[in-house]
Ligand binder design. Structure first.
Ligand SMILES: *Cc1c(COP(=O)(O)O)cnc(C)c1O
Length: 355
């Protein structure tokens, strides 16, 4: 076996997170957002497990992601968030993919094509979706659109007290009363929407991050099970004298002799630079600080605590960078980002080991 960093992926944890989200949304169907290669964990791993957990409806961002998913799940309902263009129409048909209609252009392409599209109505995000100005027009299009889903997206669901939540809920509910006769299902909630309350669930929920073990807001951890454990081997162990510096830019200066580990992970693997001098890793149950800057392929760890208390680490030891002891939300807090950015940034060169 090669000495290279790996992601240990737990199918059991993924299935358990799906089950929890599905239980929370009883009475509604629980779909899954698996865009960006299932938030970096890999659709080859994620899609079959969700299917076996009885997930039937999937959301991706791009046509090519839908094509790749179709090869894995021949029977699934697959929606493509980013709409449709004329040149893509034949592929949507060939692979039985359902576009999400965001604009009047999308809508024109889908007319009389039997694509069973979703219609995305903008209730406040002002990013994608048909805004209020086009809602009156819509009525006339529905008969020949053969739409299957009415959807909108929440702006502030990670902050349940935010007034926009109820405003969006009211707007969406009134659109549902107006248009639901023309579609099979209505959908509003992402992970945070599922966690908020039953009134946000409608017919279908479409969580992403919770499935993969992250929380919508890292400061309010929701206790989803970590799905990926990121482990990297120690390449060198050394003792550094007081007064010496570590890594590029000499950003960390040692004030007492330290046991230093050089570990095979860097920003090219998704261990982002802002984790330098901020994050911790786990070894033998000890949390050890990252010292110095993160470089492209390497990171340095102060293992003095472990060396003094238990044993001196050796080359070939495996350090956990992210997983159970240091969660993706812990790393998100340390680097001032969110779990989504860390997971989707996981490098292609990490070996993915499915357990
Ligand atoms: C990504 C996405 C989701 C899933 O959101 P999570 O916060 O990961 O649960 C749902 N709906 C839309 C439109 C999305 O873009």
């Amino acid at each position: 076996m090669q000495r290279r960093p790996r992601l240990i992926l737990s199918g059991r944890a993924l299935a358990s997170n799906y089950q929890r989200l599905s239980d929370l949304s009883t009475g509604s169907e629980c779909g899954a957002s698996i865009k960006s290669d299932a938030y970096g964990l890999g659709i080859d791993f994620v899609a079959p497990i969700l299917w076996e957990s009885d997930c039937r409806t999937f959301f991706v961002a791009y046509l090519h992601e839908g094509v790749a998913l179709r090869a894995i799940l021949p029977e699934a309902i697959i929606y493509v968030f980013h709409g449709i263009s004329d040149s893509e129409l034949e592929y949507f048909k060939e692979y039985s993919l359902r576009p999400v209609v965001n604009t009047m252009d999308d809508l024109q392409i889908c007319m009389s094509q039997h694509l069973q599209p979703a219609v995305h109505l903008d209730t406040g995000m002002h990013r994608l979706g048909l805004g209020e100005a086009s809602w009156d027009l819509l009525e006339g299009f529905f008969p020949d659109l053969n739409a299957s889903l009415l959807m909108s997206h929440l702006v502030c669901a990670d902050d349940p007290e935010h007034p926009l939540n109820t405003i969006q809920l009211e707007r969406f509910s009134s659109l549902v009363s107006r248009f639901s006769e023309s579609v099979e299902k209505c959908s509003l909630a992402n992970t945070a929407g599922v966690l908020m309350s039953k009134s946000y669930h409608f017919d279908l929920v479409r969580p992403g991050i919770g499935l993969y073990g992250g929380s919508p807001d890292p400061l309010k951890m929701q206790g989803f099970e970590p799905v990926a454990s990121w482990q990297a081997p120690v390449l060198q162990v050394q003792t550094i004298a007081s007064g010496e510096s570590i890594g590029y830019g000499a950003s960390y200066v040692v004030d007492d002799e330290v046991t230093l580990l050089t570990v095979a992970a860097g920003y090219a693997d998704g261990y982002i630079r802002s984790l330098g001098n901020r994050a911790q890793v786990s070894l033998d149950g000890f949390l050890l600080p990252v010292v110095g800057r993160v470089s492209m392929d390497l990171v340095t760890i102060d293992a003095t605590l472990l060396a003094q208390a238990l044993r001196c680490p050796v080359v070939g030891d495996w350090v956990e960078l992210m997983g159970h002891s240091v969660t993706v939300d812990d790393l998100a807090i340390a680097s001032n980002t969110i779990s989504y950015e860390l997971l989707t940034g996981l490098g292609a060169r990490l070996e993915r080991v499915i357990t």
